[in-house]
Design a protein around this ligand. Structure first.
Ligand code: PLP
Length: 398
């Protein structure tokens, strides 16, 4: 009898794992599915990425192992982008590491900096790779609920001192998935101060830094004095540039920490495909111009979704950043039951807040992955489900 490891058994079901097969079944049955599940825009990848990739594919040098060093031009482009965007210079050779999507780095980081039994601080609701990476590395995740009354900010100094003393790593993500909350410089300052006081590494996940609206600008944690001592920052090309499937991101920070993560990854992968890195370099070199139309389209979608959801009877705030709308459900309606009914009866695919952990209960998330018309249609369907549920047509048990 082959046993599955306790670590794997400790993993909760991955929230998006079931969705593709469920969706396929509904499509086969002729349902008009509006998929607002995964944060995966329907906008095409940038043409400069496609051109650079196409060129690289006919050069055999790009078909070789990239190893962790990868393509020097990608490291250089990443370093220059960080400097242009945040005013901080990081050495491309030692303070940047290409990742197979930022998920790769986030999930593998605990292996580099945490010993079995150490605590990692994991926000909930949150991106599930933080929890999975922590559990697989044998860490003890401390689940920090993100609460509306604290603007969905993870306040480290509210965590018991006994936990902070055992904590080695804290994950933080603003602009936030799924709540779309944003962090101010003052918030980052007090967070960095707690990390410095307790020797906690801050893994700052800035995957949505360029998807911001209404004049809001997302900071880098490295804009805070002293952050380089205690933080690594993760960036992704997935969301800003509609390149989710290309699997490319990078992490920036102190050379010894980057080197530890490089060692871990040397044993589990051989780096992103070099042709993808060439495309990534081309995009980063022209990032501002490439992201602008994607950001504008997402803003249009956000406005359409927020207006339509309010009209449909939901109460929600208009997000300043990221590509999600986090919608509160009336008390007593379990999010999983609501999302299941929305999908099965109307074809509107949204993620229940409970998929992001129990602290996400009471909400559902829509991703702004389709055009305004379809978002409006989805909002109307969700409103109809809300109405029917309120009339008591849904048992209020999950
Ligand atoms: C908060 C957050 N971080 C990281 C990622 C991973 O992005 P990727 O691995 O595509 O770079 C995602 C993807 O949804 C995310 O929502």
């Amino acid at each position: 009898m082959i046993e599955i490891s306790a670590r794997v058994n400790a993993l909760p079901g991955y929230p998006l794992a079931e969705i593709p097969s469920l969706k396929r079944k509904l499509l086969e049955a002729g349902t008009d599915v509006i998929d607002l599940g995964a944060g995966d825009n329907d906008t095409p990848p940038p043409s400069i990425a496609v051109a650079a990739m196409t060129e690289a594919l006919s050069d055999p040098a790009y078909s070789k192992y990239g190893f962790q060093q990868g393509l020097p031009a990608f490291r250089e482009a990443a370093s220059q982008w960080v400097e242009r965007r945040f005013g901080k210079r990081f050495d491309p050779a030692t303070e940047i590491l290409p990742l197979i999507g930022s998920k790769d780095g986030l999930a593998h980081l605990p292996f580099a900096v945490v010993n079995p039994g150490d605590v990692t601080i994991v926000p909930e609701p949150g991106y599930q790779a933080y929890l999975g990476g922590s559990l697989l590395a044998g860490a003890e995740p401390y689940i920090a609920p993100l609460l509306r009354e604290h603007d969905f900010l993870l306040e480290l100094d509210r965590i018991p001192e006994t936990v902070l003393r055992r904590a080695k790593l804290a994950f933080l993500n603003y602009p936030n998935n799924p709540t779309a909350a944003v962090a101010s410089a003052e918030y980052l300052e007090r967070t960095v101060a707690v990390c410095r006081r307790h020797g906690i590494l801050l893994a700052y996940d800035n995957a949505y830094c360029d998807l911001t609206y209404d004049g809001y600008r997302a900071p880098s944690v490295f804009e805070i004095a002293g952050a380089t001592d205690v933080a690594l920052e993760f960036f992704s090309l997935s969301k800003s540039f509609s390149m989710t499937g290309w699997r490319l991101g990078f992490v920036v920070g102190r050379a010894d920490l980057i080197s530890a993560l490089t060692q871990v990854k040397s044993y589990v992968d051989t780096g992103p495909f070099l042709a993808v890195q060439k495309a990534g370099a081309a995009v980063l070199d022209r990032a501002e111009e490439v992201v602008a139309p994607i950001r504008e389209e997402l803003k249009r979608r956000r406005d359409a979704a927020v207006t339509a959801l309010r009209r449909a009877g939901f109460t929600l705030e208009s997000p300043k950043a990221a590509m999600y709308v986090w919608v509160a459900l009336p008390a007593g309606i379990p999010s999983a039951a609501f999302a299941r009914r929305a999908l099965e009866e109307t074809g509107a695919l949204v993620l229940p807040g409970s998929a992001f952990g129990p602290a996400g209960e009471g909400y559902f998330r829509i991703a702004l992955t389709v055009g305004s018309d379809r978002l409006q249609e989805a909002a109307a369907r969700l409103g109809a489900v809300l109405e029917a549920t309120r009339r008591g047509e849904l048992a209020t048990t999950a």
